[in-house]
Design a protein around this ligand. Structure first.
Ligand SMILES: Cc1cc2nc3c(=O)[nH]c(=O)nc-3n(C[C@H](O)[C@H](O)[C@H](O)COP(=O)(O)OP(=O)(O)OC[C@H]3O[C@@H](n4cnc5c(N)ncnc54)[C@H](O)[C@@H]3O)c2cc1C
Length: 411
């Protein structure tokens, strides 16, 4: 069957593109491998869908900042929000993070589904695209696993990355790009939990406010503060997620990666030193060391801190100067070696994908008639709505460019 536009993938970027093309004089075919579109959207933001952020700028996207700057000049952040508002979605902000006012991800998905319910849009679910090619006449052909072939002048590949494959994005989009000999950065999981040595399973489930310094080959790299969660294999929490992409890239390149955890981040290291000195003095030589931390750390964390500092919980609170220094260093820089990340099953996003030099940041065009949007691109942002926003903005940019090109070629 022949259409004007083929969109491969009914996730955040593909749905935004289809919604933007809704009502246009273009026959659009949206192909989705799952029985329903937007499965991943439903699990975003703990079911609340953190779709954007009040502080939206290219600087949040690391090495992709130059590309994102041009994209966000073409589709400014406020335009993405107006787009959703124009579809009827009301939004609220919580500490800068933007959610649907219902605080239900289903509202975002339903709004998009409603928007693509248009005579010019055909949705085919349970259709997994296994091949994409360009004919001599410039038309694009997508072939599905069940042998059907679909043709269109424009193709938008919005099949996502490799993160959370149960939601449908299993890396098959990258395979389609590879079959077209397009340049790809190998994928690695990002916004994901870190595995550590030692793993500290005794602390499993313990949450504490902490500041984490990521060290690559012994040098400080990034720093994040927030709630830290200990797990049976290592560490989790938003602050860990934010560091995970850099950690994964460094590990893949063969570097040694550590975190230093400041367990009392409300005090700077000098203040910790002072606080510890006065606390030890107040408790005196007769007291056991662990009692000095009552009300500060949970007992199990105190035990781990003392152990890491080479001290026993029942050690006297009368420490030598060297022991006190060592304990202070452990509290302000608890050392853990990073041995790896959890896999794509646990990751929120993919680092890697189509190299950004391969496409135009204003139009998302890769080559004549072929466009890409969303996580299939080598661009990822931190937690806070940056990845969905990028998916929506790039989907909208591609849709606008396709509509403009089609209008130019219309007789
Ligand atoms: C648990 C979780 C929570 C998250 N929370 C947030 C959050 O709160 N805020 C935020 O900004 N980001 C969040 N993210 C990240 C965000 O969801 C993604 O970055 C975003 O969905 C990417 O959009 P996309 O359109 O590129 O890909 P996807 O949304 O993954 O959509 C790709 C679609 O393509 C389909 N597909 C794949 N291959 C094929 C094929 N060969 N043929 C046909 N269809 C195919 C898939 O089934 C899927 O529906 C979260 C991610 C996860 C996993």
């Amino acid at each position: 069957m022949s259409y004007d536009v083929l969109i491969v993938g009914g996730g955040a970027s593909g749905l935004a593109a289809a919604a933007r093309l809704s009502g246009q004089p273009l026959r659009v075919l949206l192909l989705e491998r799952n029985p329903r579109v937007g499965k991943k959207i439903l699990s975003t933001g703990n079911g609340r869908c953190n779709l954007s952020n009040e502080q939206m700028s290219a600087e949040f996207y690391g090495e992709a900042a130059g590309f994102v700057r041009e994209l966000y000049e073409t589709v400014p952040p406020e335009e993405v929000l107006s787009f959703f508002h124009s579809l009827g979605l009301m939004t609220v902000s919580e500490e800068g993070r933007i959610y649907p006012r219902t605080l239900a991800a289903a509202s975002v998905l339903d709004t998009l589904r409603q928007a693509i319910d248009s005579p010019n849009i055909t949705l085919l679910t349970d259709t997994r695209v296994t091949a994409l090619s360009q004919e001599q006449n410039g038309m694009w052909t997508a072939e599905s696993a069940d042998g059907k072939r679909f043709h269109a002048r424009y193709a938008l590949l919005a099949a996502g990355g490799s993160a959370a494959p149960k939601s449908g994005s299993d890396g098959s989009g990258a395979a389609l790009l590879a079959s077209l000999s397009l340049p790809l950065t190998p994928p690695s999981p990002a916004l994901v939990q870190l595995k550590t040595r030692p793993a500290l399973p005794a602390l499993k489930g313990l949450r504490t406010r902490a500041s984490l310094r990521l060290q690559i080959d012994g040098c400080d790299s990034d720093q994040e503060t927030g709630e830290l969660l200990f797990t049976e294999y290592g560490i989790s929490g938003v602050c860990v997620f934010q560091l995970s992409g850099t950690a994964a890239t460094a590990l893949a390149a063969g570097h040694s990666v550590r975190v230093r955890i400041h367990l009392l981040p409300e005090l700077n290291p000098d203040s910790v030193q002072e606080w510890l000195g006065s606390r030890l003095l107040a408790f005196g030589r007769e007291a056991s060391l662990s009692t000095c931390f009552t009300g500060v750390f949970q007992r199990i964390l105190t035990e781990s801190v003392l152990k890491a500092a080479g001290l026993k919980p029942d050690h006297s609170a009368g420490l030598t100067h060297a022991e006190q220094m060592r304990l202070c260093e452990t509290i302000t820089g608890f050392p853990l070696e990073i041995t790896g990340t959890q896999g794509f099953d646990h990751a929120q996003v993919t680092r890697g994908g189509l190299k950004l030099t391969a496409l135009n940041p204003q139009t998302m065009e890769v080559r004549q008639g072929l466009y890409c949007a969303g996580e299939i691109l080598d661009c990822d942002g931190p937690c806070g709505g940056y990845n969905l926003h990028f998916a929506f903005a790039s989907g909208i940019a591609a849709a606008d460019a396709i509509a403009a090109s089609a209008a130019r070629h219309r007789p």
